[in-house]
Ligand binder design. Structure first.
Ligand SMILES: [Mg+2]
Length: 119
């Protein structure tokens, strides 16, 4: 799969990118929502999955999700969150969220997200 990973915490971004690459995926990464949005729009084949942190400078993960959905694009989006809150629940209802990855998450949690997309 082509996967876009976005997180402002370098450790999490690196862990995700390395793991997903190791198990055979093509990964693009960005460290805030604005850069993620640019990457989302410029990557030609398009992404099969976006994994984005919620709390980030410049543009949050939920703002990014809204922008993607407002284009009519239904790419699955999983969000990384410190804790679930009403804002996330609302975005999930309005825009659809594949899965909420609660920090700290494990490789098994990442595998679970991927398993939701394989037939
Ligand atoms: Mg963050």
């Amino acid at each position: 799969m082509n996967i876009l990973c976005i997180d402002d915490e370098p450790g999490i971004l690196q862990m995700l990118t390395q793991y997903l690459t190791m198990i055979g995926h093509t990964v693009k990464s960005a460290d805030d929502g604005e850069e993620g949005w640019r990457e989302f729009n410029s990557f030609q084949p398009g992404f099969d999955l976006v994994i984005t942190d919620v709390r980030m400078p410049r543009m949050t993960g939920l703002q990014l999700l809204g922008k993607i959905r407002n284009l009519g694009i239904d790419t699955p989006v999983a969000v990384i969150a410190g804790h679930s809150d009403t804002e996330i629940a609302e975005a999930a209802r309005e825009f659809g969220i594949l899965k909420i990855l609660a920090k700290p998450f494990t490789f098994e949690d990442v595998d679970e997200v991927l398993s939701l997309l394989s037939p």
